[in-house]
Design a binder for this molecule. Structure first.
Ligand code: GRF
Length: 203
């Protein structure tokens, strides 16, 4: 069973997909807290309805990114997640924040990275004219939309697609991809004790 914290800013459909998979027993995980930087996010309302530990940490109430992140980190330290899942979290994380959780923060991006990083990835894909796009679940590193990839799912781009119609079909695959990615992860184990001094290794 992995312990997961969810960070979101909006609709929360990826959070719901993960929560549904846990509830129906197809994902062995526990959501230990849900944090939104936006009070109006539908996702945080849903988290409350589902009786999760839901926290609003409005970034507009803090003087700096560092102070806002310090408050998010404070909650995470209490919740003790193995992994932090960014599910439509619309804030860039500082390098310091990422360094606190190396290979433990996941993000989902609505394109087949490394193609179309950044905002409006679905509209970028339509404008470019690619025939296949999709979504990517990756570990978060200092560089935006560039960390090691865990799962990708492809979606065909139709001739009459707009950014919105493509986004709707990619979203269906995002929900599967996030659950698939989380299934690959293992709980963190406390680091093994150091051998007693003078102890010899094998051989
Ligand atoms: C998704 O399209 C995701 O790829 C992007 O933000 C959107 C979040 O949607 N990072 P939701 O809030 O999970 O419904």
């Amino acid at each position: 069973m992995i312990r997961v914290a969810v960070l979101l800013s909006g609709r929360g459909s990826n959070f719901l997909a993960i929560d549904d998979a846990i509830r129906d027993g197809s994902l062995d995980a526990e959501i230990v807290c849900v944090i939104s930087n936006r009070p109006e996010a539908r996702g945080i309302e849903l988290a409350r309805e589902r009786k999760h530990h839901a926290h609003i940490i409005d970034h507009r109430e803090f003087k700096s990114r560092a102070e806002h992140e310090a408050e998010v980190l404070r909650i995470l330290e209490t919740a003790r997640p193995d992994y932090i899942v960014l599910a439509g979290y619309m804030r860039l994380l500082s390098a310091d924040f990422v360094a606190r959780y190396p290979n433990r923060i996941l993000n989902i991006h609505p394109s087949l990275l490394p193609a179309f990083p950044g905002i409006d990835a679905q509209a970028q894909a339509v404008a470019y004219g690619v025939k296949i796009s999709g979504c990517t679940v990756h570990f978060v590193t200092e560089k935006v939309d560039a960390g090691p990839i865990l799962v990708q799912r492809a979606v065909e781009v139709r001739d009459d697609d707009t950014g919105d119609t493509l986004a709707a079909r990619i979203l269906v695959e995002e929900h599967k991809a996030y659950v698939e990615a989380l299934r690959k992860l293992r709980p963190l184990t406390p680091s093994s004790p150091l051998p007693a001094s003078g102890a010899r290794g094998p051989g």
